[in-house]
Design a protein around this ligand. Sequence first.
Ligand code: GLN
Length: 370
Amino acid sequence: MTQQPIENTTRGIAPDRARVMRALHALHVRYRGCNDGRIADYIPELAKADPACFAISIVTVEGEVFEVGDHERTFTIQSLSKPFTHALALADRGREHVMQRVGVEPSGDSFDSIIGLDANNRPHNPMVNAGAIAVTSMIAGDTPGHRLDRMLEMLRRTMGRRPMIDDAVFESERTTGHRNRAMAHLMLNFGILDREVEEILDLYFKQCSVVVTARDMATMAATLANAGINPKTEERAVQREYIRDVLTVMHTCGMYNYAGEWAYTVGLPAKSGVSGGIIAVVPGQFGICVYSPPVDERGNSVRGIRVFEDLSRNSGMHVFETWHQLGQVLNHIDSVEDPSPALPDTTQPVGDATVHKRELELDPPATEAG
Ligand code: GLN
């Protein structure tokens, strides 16, 4: 496929490599000792993650990579996949079809809310599980295998290498994913899903079990920043016309019931996943991924949120500030070394961070009298 050069008038002078790396190291040192949050274990296989793992990876629209920490450690993509399957469903079915079945309204509920349908019996948005399952069901293909291939092909284009599925995580999720199963049945009842639930769930669980690194995810975020063209392979990965849709929904819904506060403090289209990744997009400039498995009670990586809050505080990274940086956010990144006072911290993890862990404490079945 021939590629058109991307018109981009906001790119500034190339970032100073040493300066960016200094800033990333400073952030890594500042937060690697943070032990807040807990590893999500409601998918049993995820509980094996190393809580000390911590990576920050940036990929620019020119394909330049900046990274610190465990950027080669693999983890399963989980909900970080959702913007990309949303893009694929939009390309396959068009905006109207998708909008009729899944809204674009923040739910204010947790990612796995079981009551999460709106007044039209649609999931609130494609970033919560119910909406993501619905969107995955819209991936075109003649057979389950064909649909899986097309989903993996979309991920391949955006990450720039062939994706693999972690079978143990897939099996773990399939055998314990009864909340997702319940939501899928509810959506089948309302006609949001239009075929056999188990086949759709298998595709969704496989999607969540794709193995990635922080660099893969930063590349995928950079592809969204780069109008849908993977900056490393220069392949068109996401149709340009749907970038706006995907980034908007990430901005308003990507961090679940923390989305409003995130939009205020960090101000970037973003997506988190329970395995501990957060991606964010600085449109026209770069993609970034922070990976650190301990999550808060909303299922968002604790170190991830802190890094992004520091990065955004006075580097001009907030989308409503970037205009005056003329596309040179990375040249202001060292402001993290001298952060302005933090906003009052209302995000301390409280309660059980295991994210709706399903406690099987059923009473023994009542014995028939007589
Ligand atoms: N696979 C996970 C689930 O369906 C994804 C959730 C997440 O990453 N927030 O529960």
